[in-house]
Design a protein around this ligand. Structure first.
Ligand SMILES: [Zn+2]
Length: 270
């Protein structure tokens, strides 16, 4: 029964997002699979947080879209429409955790890790969306040099503020859903989990983006890009580890977010 309603509900949301061009066709199918599982095997807490991430990130992506499209088209391998790999990079671990929680006697550790994962991906999206809007150029996270907007590993004040807010946003809704489900005093804890795993997860995302992520150089305009083609010509690899594209980096940093949340919980407790 919950499988069916989870499917129907997720189908409606994915269809709407596809129609609004937030998801590609393959991305919509993946979102239905992730959504159905989280709905069927989780609770309001799990599904609500997934929706909180999806709705807020899609809405931010549409903010000043035209201005951002100019930057995004040049630099990023993929633009606004999320495809299957992006959806799985953002929601794959969360789906695994909801399965583990459903199969386990103690769901709390998995809920904590789940909040960390969702906070990290939400923080990363908010940081990217808000960072692109900042006026000045970002600085490279390792060298401190000014780099072009949108460059992997570049950080800015607005971007970092965005990651903090994105993480806090998830923590805020986690405490809200927790409060609705069971009355106890965990609210402040979820805010800390959201903030720390969001900030640190996005920081790790930037470090990985500056080191192991594949980057290509354009021989025509001399620019750096995540794309295999630029200015109508094939680009050449200038750094990064084979297979380590933006999706792989996102998956790794979301895993880091889950681990950070779990560590915070072990160390600080409730
Ligand atoms: Zn070029």
């Amino acid at each position: 029964m919950s499988l069916l309603s989870g499917f129907l509900f997720s189908f409606l949301i994915a269809a709407f997002a596809y129609q609004k061009r937030s998801l590609s066709k393959s991305g919509a199918v993946a979102a239905i699979v992730v959504g159905t599982n989280v709905y069927a095997f989780g609770s309001l807490f799990w599904y609500g947080l997934l929706l909180t991430f999806f709705i807020s990130s899609s809405a931010l992506s549409r903010l000043k879209k035209q201005k951002k499209d100019v930057v995004a088209k040049d630099l990023f391998e993929k633009t606004g429409q999320r495809d299957v790999m992006q959806v799985l990079a953002n929601g794959g671990l969360g789906t695994l955790f909801v399965w583990f929680a459903a199969a386990s006697m103690d769901t709390l550790p998995w809920m904590v890790a789940y909040v960390g994962v969702i906070a990290a991906v939400n923080a990363d999206t908010w940081g990217t969306e808000l960072g692109v809007l900042s006026r000045g150029k970002p600085r490279h996270i390792l060298t401190g040099r000014l780099v072009e907007k949108g460059t992997s590993g570049g950080i800015s004040v607005w971007g970092t503020l965005g990651t903090a807010l994105g993480g806090l946003w998830i923590g805020l809704f986690a405490s809200l859903f927790q409060l609705i489900l069971a009355e106890n005093g965990w609210q402040l804890f979820w805010l800390w989990i959201g903030l720390l795993s969001g900030l640190l997860g996005a920081l790790i995302d930037s470090v990985l983006g500056a080191t192991v992520q594949l980057m290509y150089g354009c021989s025509i305009c001399g620019g750096e890009t995540e794309r295999c083609e630029h200015c109508g010509a094939k680009t050449r690899r200038i750094r990064g580890v084979g297979g380590c594209n933006n999706d792989a980096v996102n998956l790794l940093s979301s895993a880091a977010g889950g681990l950070i949340a779990w560590l915070c919980w072990r160390v600080i407790g409730f």
